[in-house]
Design a protein around this ligand. Structure first.
Ligand code: FRU
Length: 507
């Protein structure tokens, strides 16, 4: 890493992107480590994504807010970090948070993390503002909230600000003194002076979330339209640390899920089950883009395709970078569930100019394996298919390269994902429940070393890192019994990730 005269990290040359595992259309760090998406905001039609960024990882763990922008959510331009952890209140890291657009400016809220010499944690909620998304200023009144209220520990972080009819609310992930997790809500009329409103209530949940993990990270309160009725739901996404596996759920180190209900400014009412957002091996800490008018009609979400403490991946050892963000996902609600659709128009084979119909379309695959010839040696693509599985006892979708492979095995109502034969077999194989549709829509997003499978028209998503070996790359379908491929199309993405030397971080 190069250090500029004032000590902030300059953008590196594209060492990481020379790595065959480096994604073509997913947002990944220029070097070092990326974790949570932060401060997602749309401004003048351009998407700005900030992210937890450790440019010197693993030598140093200090986190900045990295910054990238994109007009199409496919080609990302890297800018210099927006927030540097160089103030007394954030000197151990500029932790996660969200954005609002206010009076023509973008205001970024984040948590200043401090570990004192005695090893004691302190957490401060802070503000950075920018008029042009090029220069960023830390607020002179920082920290705006100088620590947790009585009754709560210093695990007090990840502010998200939302607009209400009577002012603003800030949701903050928190831990009670009894070491259980919750969300604290603050209110403000001017976005600067914040007073505690209390815990975010879940009064209709029968006490199920009173002791649900030891700390809730990255809360996100979103309004999301129901695609059947057109009405809006309020959805609380959060990541409760310390909730262990239940059946085939919550298999990752920390889960990430949501509750759907009705938000009244204090409490989320009429909530149902806590449902995992993504059933894959890697997914955490998602958030949605804010825009000029608060929140878009159908919010677009980015998640971190990584997990805490799982940095030991081939890309880090060999090329000095680790983790990436998910493909952007457009959210809606259907039958009480969050539905996720691939957001970028350029990745939709039905609309994209570069779409290809695959030879397999219309074919019946019987007791044999059929390669999707058009995708041979394409390492960044989206495949969209409708599979009639009525006459199959099971069928497979296989990504293969050399001796390595990722296998998705479908039985009616079940999916098993096997990545044992990859360069990153972490987690080995996993089985989940699926909707039992006779005709199943399957969208496979594959980008070098990241794979996201959208199943049942956005009903279930399974994301994973898929480090294959070099060699001839093939995608194949195989069936026991027979499947009919009603439709199969693909968009192949030719990479273009621009990097620019941008302005310096807020100081
Ligand atoms: C979630 C998280 C956040 C925190 C950030 C630190 O992955 O632990 O709670 O703000 O990462 O990088």
């Amino acid at each position: 890493m190069t250090i500029t005269a004032d000590g902030s990290p300059a953008l590196p040359r594209q060492a990481a992107s020379a790595d065959p595992d480096y994604p073509s259309f997913h947002l990944a760090p220029p070097q070092g480590r990326l974790n949570d998406p932060n401060g997602l905001v749309v401004r003048d039609g351009v998407y700005h994504a900030f992210f937890q960024y450790g440019p010197s990882f693993p030598r140093e763990r200090l986190v900045y807010w990295g910054h990238a922008s994109s007009a199409d959510l496919i080609n990302w331009r890297q800018h210099a970090p927006a927030i540097a952890p160089d103030s007394w209140y954030d000197r151990s890291g500029a932790y996660s948070g969200g954005a609002v657009v206010h009076d023509g400016e973008v205001w970024l809220y984040y948590t200043g993390n401090v570990k004192t010499e005695a090893g004691v944690r302190e957490s401060y909620q802070c503000l950075v503002s920018t008029a042009d998304l090029e220069t960023f200023s830390k607020d002179p009144d920082n920290p705006l909230i100088a620590g947790p209220p009585p009754g709560y520990t210093a695990h007090f972080r990840d502010p998200q600000v939302v607009a209400e009819a009577d002012g603003w609310r800030m949701c903050i992930g928190a831990q009670r003194d009894d070491l259980s997790g919750c969300v604290l809500v603050y209110r403000s009329d001017d976005l600067r002076t914040w007073t505690l409103d209390g815990e975010l209530g879940l009064p209709d949940s029968g006490g199920r979330f009173e002791r649900f993990g030891y700390m809730w990270e990255c809360p996100n309160l979103l309004r999301i339209p129901d695609e059947v009725t057109g009405e809006y739901w309020d959805v609380l996404i959060f990541c409760p640390q310390g909730v262990g596996p239940i059946g085939d759920q919550f298999q990752n180190i920390f889960p990430c899920g949501y509750l759907i209900g009705r938000w009244d400014g204090h409490a989320l009412r009429q909530t149902g089950e806590f449902i995992e957002l993504d059933r894959g091996f890697e997914f955490y800490a998602p958030q949605a883009f804010a825009s000029e008018d608060g929140q878009a009609k159908e919010p677009v979400l980015l998640g971190w395709l990584g997990n805490a403490s799982e940095d030991d991946q081939p890309s880090l050892t060999d090329h000095g970078w680790v983790h990436l963000l998910s493909v952007p996902r457009r959210l809606s609600v259907r039958n009480g569930r969050l539905i996720q659709r691939i957001a970028p128009a350029g990745l939709d084979p039905r609309g994209a100019r570069s779409a290809q119909k695959l030879a397999i379309e219309g074919a019946v695959v019987c007791d044999e394996s059929v390669g999707l010839a058009e995708l041979r040696d394409q390492r960044s693509f989206v495949l969209d298919a409708e599979i009639d599985q009525a006459a199959a006892s099971s069928w497979e979708l296989r990504l293969q390269s050399g001796a390595s492979k990722v296998v998705f095995s479908f039985e009616r109502g079940r999916l098993t994902v096997d990545r044992r034969a990859t360069r990153y077999p972490h987690g080995q194989l996993r089985t989940i429940d699926l909707p039992d549709d006779e005709v199943l829509r399957v969208q496979l997003v594959h980008d070098r070393s990241a794979t996201e499978l959208f199943i049942g028209d956005g009903h279930t998503v399974f994301s994973l890192r898929s480090y294959l070996e070099p060699g001839e790359f093939t995608v194949a379908l195989a069936a026991r019994g027979s499947i009919a491929v009603h439709r199969a199309e693909a968009v192949v993405v030719n990479e273009a990730i621009a990097t620019t030397d941008g302005p310096r971080a807020a100081r």
